[in-house]
Design a protein around this ligand. Structure first.
Ligand SMILES: [Fe+2]
Length: 161
C-alpha cells in the first residue's frame, strides 16, 4: 500500500516540478557540456525545458555523491531522453502513469511515453554514450542489470526519485 502512496507522491512532485521548471542557466549549461560528448549534448538540448531541468537536477545530485564518476553523471543527464519523442505534457504523462499502473490501454503517444526507457536507450547507444547511460535509460526504475555495481545504480535511482 505504501508503494502506491509513494508512487502517487512521486507523481505529484514530478507534476508540479514540471510546471515550475525553467531552462538550465549558464552554469548548468557548462556542467552539461563537461559531461556529455557533442552528439549526446545535442540530444540533451532537444528535450523540453522541464526535462532538461529534471535531468540536470538528477545529475547534480549524482555528482555530489559520486564526484569521481563521470559515467554516472552522464547516465543521469540522458536517462529520460526517450520522453521527448512522445511530445506530451505533464497532464498526459500523469494519466499515462496511472493507466499503466492500472494495466489499462492508452493512446499511442502515451505508450511512447511509457516506453521511453527502451526507446531512449537505443538513441543513447547510437549517439555513443557510455554503457551505464544506455543501461540506466533502459532499465530504470528497475533493479541494476547484471554486471553493474548495485551501489552505483542505487545512487542514480535515489537521485531520480
Ligand atoms: Fe527521471
Amino acid at each position: 500500500m505504501s508503494g502506491r502512496f509513494d508512487k502517487a507522491r512521486h507523481l505529484a512532485g514530478r507534476f508540479f516540478g514540471h510546471l515550475r521548471a525553467e531552462p538550465p542557466g549558464p552554469e548548468d549549461q557548462s556542467f552539461v557540456h563537461e559531461h556529455l560528448t557533442a552528439p549526446c549534448a545535442e540530444m540533451f538540448w532537444s528535450q523540453s525545458f522541464p526535462d532538461q531541468r529534471h535531468a540536470v537536477d538528477v545529475a547534480r545530485r549524482v555528482s555530489m555523491t559520486l564526484p569521481e564518476d563521470p559515467g554516472a553523471v552522464e547516465a543521469a543527464l540522458v536517462h529520460d531522453i526517450g520522453k521527448r519523442e512522445a511530445g506530451i505534457g505533464p497532464v498526459s504523462r500523469s494519466i499515462a502513469t496511472i493507466l499503466d499502473a492500472a494495466c489499462l490501454p492508452m493512446p499511442t503517444r502515451m505508450r511512447t511515453y511509457r516506453d521511453h526507457g527502451r526507446r531512449g536507450s537505443v538513441e543513447i547507444e547510437e549517439a555513443g554514450c557510455g554503457e551505464l547511460a544506455v543501461l540506466f535509460a533502459r532499465y530504470h526504475p528497475g533493479p541494476a542489470p547484471e554486471g553493474i555495481d548495485p551501489e552505483r545504480w542505487k545512487v542514480l535511482l535515489d537521485a531520480d526519485g
